[in-house]
Unconditional design. Structure first.
Length: 600
């Protein structure tokens, strides 16, 4: 900026002070114009700054690691007639040093320790604007709101916590304006930024090794081309990229913490298609952070899926109901009792939509508690059929099967629940009956796609509706929590700590287990806030479970699947797993001691 431009700004300041409402500030940089208007709104004296003396709050660690850089800057600036200062995260002066004449001029205006440099008292100045704008700022002398500061060119750079990215202090360099007019002001900014980088590096050195490992992975992912939002968790702290800070809701962080916990627990990479609280479809990639033999955290990357077919934005809805494919040529049934908008539940709903077509046999697959009965009943209802639900494991012979089938007519749909438990003889007879009576309606639900269901698909037209486990659609958990409050007409709220704990749960019993826990939380709560204290000791232990290896994770899932197939019968589950009964009991006890549950 040359002398002519600076004089034009000084003339503009005089006009603005005389008539701020009708004076255009188009000549100024946008951040300076905003600051001048804030200064007027705060009624700052344009001749001398207001003085507010407070106790600076710079922590001992930062003061220690910054001292070497500040001393080096002071030595350099003394020869240039400048000064350097450090303010705390609120803009209160903690340290000021430099050329003797500049220090003396400053002392005549304000105390060098404890003075608040915020815009509220000093008007437009680099410290105050950096606080308001949240970024590095350079202010020419003519741009200062207070006349007493107009001979100085000031540069301020925020010092952020390397892990939490919260503001810890601001480092500022002050130089005579006439010195900078004849040089490149960018060199001053680079000098200040270099000093802040040194301070940040020393702060990182003071961090624990686990914190350094997480930060290193976070920085590595943040620098990759194409990474839009990057977040890291270690169970205690959260690091987020600037885009993530602006883009993510509190509910999103709870959901992401759940996926981070899952990746860290299993020590494996995860990939999910999720929807944020505002409805945006995102591709989520989660990687555990390893330190030696330990998993100490996880880094998550989110990329927008806008423009990818089938991954659009869900509009906000007070009922939190997902959208189904819109096709004017066919009816668009809504599954009114299904809560969620995740990619996983949306895929299940698309399949369920197809299953509503006549002439097909829906096969609903999912773990215990995922909502197989709910989907089955809803599909039958969308076909305008009465629903007759039967437990396949209780149909033990042909006579029992005939007693079920005799109650069926063209307006009744028989839902065979727990189809994995069918007797072989009974199932063979049922397949023959279905082939001989193609106009009748049936739905099968099962915990897995068994060989019997494969045989069914070979003989009739089936539509598989695969329901995702709750741990694969964690972003729906906040919606389920809200749904419970809405259906019960409760004027309550879930504490953020409880919401995050629920979002990261393992949930072997899926939605059914979540709803059961919420019933207990509601019953035990005394006020309008539901928090972790409303969980039972057993439930709290479940959420605080120990980490297990990848092999243990596979074994745990095999045991759960066998128990589900055996309908909770441990003797039968041991036979399915081909291990001894005592061995199974011992494994269940070991995993239970680590906080893992087994739902049947």
């Amino acid at each position: 900026m040359d002398a002519e431009q600076l004089n034009a700004i000084r003339a503009l300041r005089e006009r603005f002070l005389s008539d701020p409402d009708r004076t255009s500030l188009d000549l100024l940089r946008p951040e300076i114009a905003r600051s001048w208007r804030r200064s007027i709104a705060c009624r700052v004296n344009p001749d001398v700054p207001g003085i507010e003396v407070l106790q600076p709050q710079v922590d001992a660690v930062l003061a220690d690691v910054a001292s070497e850089s500040l001393t080096d800057l002071k030595a350099m600036l003394v020869d240039l007639g400048g000064a350097v200062c450090l303010t705390d995260s609120h803009g209160v002066l903690a340290w000021y040093a430099g050329d003797r004449s500049m220090v003396k001029r400053a002392e005549l205006m304000f105390p060098l320790t404890g003075t608040s440099m915020s815009e509220e008292y000093f008007g437009t100045n680099s410290d105050g604007v950096a606080l308001e704008e949240g970024r590095s700022v350079q202010i020419w002398g003519a741009e200062h709101f207070v006349g007493a500061l107009q001979n100085s060119f000031c540069t301020s750079v925020p010092i952020r916590d390397p892990q939490r990215r919260s503001l810890r202090a601001i480092l500022s360099i002050m130089l005579p304006e006439d010195l900078v007019v004849s040089s490149d002001p960018r060199s001053v900014l680079l000098t200040a930024q270099g000093a802040v980088s040194e301070i940040r590096a020393r702060l990182i050195e003071r961090m624990e090794s686990r914190e350094q490992a997480i930060l290193a992975d976070f920085v590595r992912e943040s620098r990759k081309r194409g990474s839009q939002l990057v977040v890291a968790f270690d169970g205690k702290n959260t690091i987020a990229s600037e885009d993530a800070i602006w883009s993510l809701d509190k509910a999103d962080y709870s959901v992401l913490a759940g996926y981070a916990h899952e990746s860290q627990l299993q020590r494996t990479n995860l990939t999910r298609q999720i929807h944020l609280a505002d409805g945006r479809a995102m591709q989520l990639s989660v990687s555990p952070v390893e330190l030696g033999s330990q998993s100490v955290g996880a880094v998550l990357k989110l990329k927008s899926m806008e423009g990818i077919e089938g991954s659009g934005r869900f509009p906000g809805s007070a009922t939190f109901k997902p959208l189904l494919p819109s096709d004017s040529s066919v009816p668009s049934p809504r599954f009114d009792h299904v809560v969620g908008k995740s990619g996983a539940i949306s895929e299940a709903l698309k399949a369920a939509f197809t299953a509503c077509e006549p002439g097909t046999v829906p096969v609903v697959i999912g773990e215990m508690g995922t909502g197989k009965t709910l989907f089955s009943v809803e599909i039958a209802a969308r076909r305008s059929l009465r629903c007759l639900t039967e437990d396949a494991g209780q149909i033990r012979n042909i006579t029992a099967l005939e007693e079920v089938l005799v109650r069926q007519d063209s307006e009744t749909c028989v839902v065979f629940d727990r189809s994995q438990n069918f007797n072989e003889e009974v199932y063979a007879a049922l397949l023959n009956y279905i082939e001989e009576n193609p106009d009748l309606n049936y739905i099968f639900s099962s915990t897995s796609m068994t060989s019997n269901l494969t045989k069914l698909a070979e003989r009739v037209r089936t539509v598989e509706v695969k329901l995702p486990p709750l741990r694969s659609r964690r972003e729906d958990i906040p919606l389920l929590l809200q749904h419970v409050l809405d259906t019960k007409n409760l004027d309550h709220y879930f504490a953020p700590q409880l919401s995050e704990l629920l979002a990261r749960g393992d949930w072997p019993g899926n939605v059914k287990q979540l709803l059961a826990i919420l019933e207990g939380v509601i019953a035990r709560a005394e006020g309008k806030r539901f928090d972790i204290g409303n969980l039972t000791p057993t439930e709290q232990k479940m959420f605080a479970k120990s980490r297990i290896s990848r092999l243990e994770e596979v074994e745990l899932e095999q045991i759960r699947a066998a128990l589900a197939e055996a309908h909770g019968n441990r003797v039968r589950a041991a036979e399915i797993l081909e291990i001894g009964r005592s061995t199974l009991y011992r494994k269940i006890d070991r995993y239970s001691a680590k906080g893992f549950e087994f739902s049947f």
